[in-house]
Structures are given as structure tokens and as C-alpha cells.
Design a protein around this ligand. Structure first.
Ligand code: UDP
Length: 328
């Protein structure tokens, strides 16, 4: 494997994937329509701007480069928006992956690592969540990702395209060596919001509910460093290259932190007061989501290396040096 196609490589997690592949000496081609991604985040790779749903565009890219494997991050990912506009999510996420798989089939590319989500599980039946647990998404975002996992399974059977679907828990952090990080507009994720409050860009953080059945009443999530996520993708690609079986894998640290614990850790890391107030619950938030990462450890040989303080301190380095993200 030499040349890797990263779809959505200008986005938050995709750009960290590109940085790792470039560091490891791969030739990297990024396709991205830049509707939410940033060209400035693509460092050391070729960028072709276009939409996955455009089959001619993908045909051109697959003809131009000798692609050995694909990593697909390209998707809309706002849970709330997916509830109010499900067709936008099915139309982009599912149709984009279908178009990518069609191009792979036509060009004889047989390996894909797919960016899936813990939202595929919906309300968990137990903690920590294992890959064999019930998958009943409670929003269209999770449903589109699960639908794509189904499409991958059938494409494996029919065309021999091998896949690893990686179900992320809460991605956070930044790559301070390369100078890339999280820049969403609007921002909805907890850690960047907390750090924007530390920077004075927001006057406070709203804690969405403190009456959950958790030790301090706030929701518990499993935060995983984006660089650890990227490492898992590379291991998954290498695993498929060695003939590994297709499958789905959880990617999380296996440890849960509450919203209040995140804010407290951020206060410690930044030295800033970070005002916070309790607000009503956000619709659709499960109280606890913690990954079992046993399968990824055993099958892929993955071990997350960075804990919560490192996640927040790397994110802080990014946000404090790029208060306006990548800028205009
Ligand atoms: N959260 C919060 N205030 C915010 C943003 C998020 O209290 O301004 C909570 C949210 O309810 C959830 C956790 O922080 O329990 C993580 O939310 P995020 O949107 O970062 O990720 P999700 O778990 O929804 O994928």
C-alpha cells in the first residue's frame, strides 16, 4: 500500500488522518467538497475538490492516482440538524458512500476504512458498549452511518471489498506538531465550547442537564484523542491489507467523564475560571456512553495513548493559537 485516498480529508478527523499518513510516508490524495472542511487543514497531500456524489469526479481521481485503499470521513455530522433534515443526511452520507463504493468497484480497489459512530447504538443496553450490542440509532445521523455499514457488508459479499467500520465515541484534541485542530461552524461539541469560554469567546458554558442518573448528574462520555483515532485507522487499513476480516470496531478510551469533570479539567489545564450554568437537557442525549475497546485492541493491536488532560491540553494549544480557527 502506497497511495491512500482520504475522502473528507479537509475535515477535523480526516485532516489528522492525512497528517499521520504523510508522517508515515504514504502518498495521500484528499477528496473534499470543502463545504465544512478547510483546505488549510490539508498538509502534505494532494487535494482534489469535488463531491463524492459526483461519479465522474471520482472516476477522474481514481484514474489519476494508483489508489491502494480508501478512508472515508466525508459526511454531515450534526445530530440535531439530522433530526430536522433527515433527507439532507441520507442524500449526502448514504449516497456519497454508495458513489465511493461504486468507484472502488469499477477501479478494483478492495479496502475501505469507514468513519462510523457510537450513535449507531442509540440508547445503550449496557456499559461499556460492545460491537455486538443492539444498534438502534435514535437520530438520522446514526441511522445513515449504520445504513452505510450495511451497504459495506453487502459490498464485501458481492464484490470482495473489505471494510473496517470504526465507531467513534467523542473525538477531541488536536495535532500540535502539525498545527491542525477542530474548527466547526457552528460549534456544538463540548470541549471546543468549553475552551471558547476559556478564551472569552463565549461568556459561559451551558451544562445540558444535571439530573441524569450519573454520579454528578451530568452526562458521561468517552473522550478519545483525534491522534489516537487516526492511529486506529492506519492499523485497520494495514489489517485489511494483510487479509483481515471485515468488521465494526469501537474506538474509545474505555473511560467515562462527566460534563462537569470536563469543565473542571479544562479549568485546571487552562488556568481560566470558565463560567458554567446548568441548562435544560438536550433532546436525545443518552446519560452514559462508554466504549469497550477490547475488540480494536485484540484484533487491530490498537491502544489509545492519550488521556483526558492531554486531549484538553492539545485542544487548548490549538484554540488559543487559532482563536478564529483556520480563518477566512
Ligand atoms: N454538552 C453540554 N454543553 C454543551 C455541549 C455539550 O453540556 O454546550 C454535553 C452534551 O449534552 C453531552 C456531552 O456534553 O452530554 C458531549 O456532547 P458533544 O456534543 O460534545 O458530543 P456527543 O456526545 O453529543 O456526540
Amino acid at each position: 500500500m502506497k497511495t491512500i485516498l482520504v475522502a473528507g480529508g479537509a475535515g477535523y478527523i480526516g485532516s489528522h488522518m492525512v497528517a499521520l499518513l504523510v508522517e508515515k510516508g504514504y502518498d495521500v490524495v484528499v477528496v473534499d467538497n470543502l463545504c465544512t472542511g478547510h483546505w488549510q487543514a490539508v498538509k502534505g497531500a494532494k487535494l482534489r475538490v469535488g463531491d463524492l456524489r459526483d461519479g465522474n469526479f471520482l472516476d477522474q481521481v481514481f484514474s489519476e492516482f494508483p489508489i491502494d485503499g480508501v478512508i472515508n470521513f466525508a459526511a454531515y455530522s450534526l445530530v440535531g440538524e439530522s433530526v430536522t433534515n433527515p433527507l439532507k443526511y441520507y442524500g449526502n452520507n448514504v449516497a456519497g458512500s454508495q458513489s465511493m463504493l461504486t468507484a472502488m468497484k469499477n477501479h478494483g480497489v478492495k479496502k475501505i476504512v469507514f468513519s462510523s459512530t457510537a450513535a449507531a447504538y442509540g440508547e445503550p443496553e449496557k456499559q461499556p458498549i460492545e460491537e455486538t450490542d443492539r444498534t438502534e440509532p435514535t437520530n438520522p445521523y446514526g441511522a445513515t452511518k449504520l445504513a452505510i455499514e450495511g451497504m459495506l457488508k453487502w459490498c464485501d459479499r458481492a464484490y470482495g471489498i473489505k471494510y473496517a467500520a470504526l465507531r467513534y465515541f467523542n473525538a477531541a484534541g488536536a495535532n500540535t506538531d502539525v498545527g491542525i485542530g477542530e474548527d466547526h461552524n457552528p460549534e456544538s461539541h463540548l470541549i471546543p465550547i468549553v475552551l471558547q469560554a476559556a478564551l472569552g469567546k463565549r461568556d459561559h458554558v451551558g451544562i445540558f442537564g444535571d439530573d441524569y442518573p450519573t454520579p454528578d448528574g451530568t452526562c458521561v462520555r468517552d473522550y478519545i484523542h483525534v491522534r489516537d483515532l487516526a492511529s486506529a485507522h492506519l492499523l485497520a487499513l494495514e489489517y485489511l491489507d494483510k487479509g483481515g476480516e471485515s468488521g465494526s470496531f469501537n474506538l474509545g478510551n474505555g473511560t467515562g467523564y462527566s460534563v462537569k469533570e470536563i469543565i473542571d479539567t479544562a479549568r485546571k489545564v487552562t488556568g481560566k475560571p470558565i463560567p458554567a450554568t446548568v441548562e435544560p437537557r438536550r433532546a436525545g442525549d443518552p446519560s452514559v456512553l462508554i466504549a469497550s475497546n477490547k475488540k480494536a485492541q485484540e484484533v487491530l493491536g490498537w491502544k489509545p495513548e492519550r488521556g483526558l488532560e492531554q486531549i484538553i491540553s492539545d485542544a487548548w494549544t490549538w484554540h488559543s493559537s487559532h482563536p478564529d480557527g483556520y480563518g477566512k
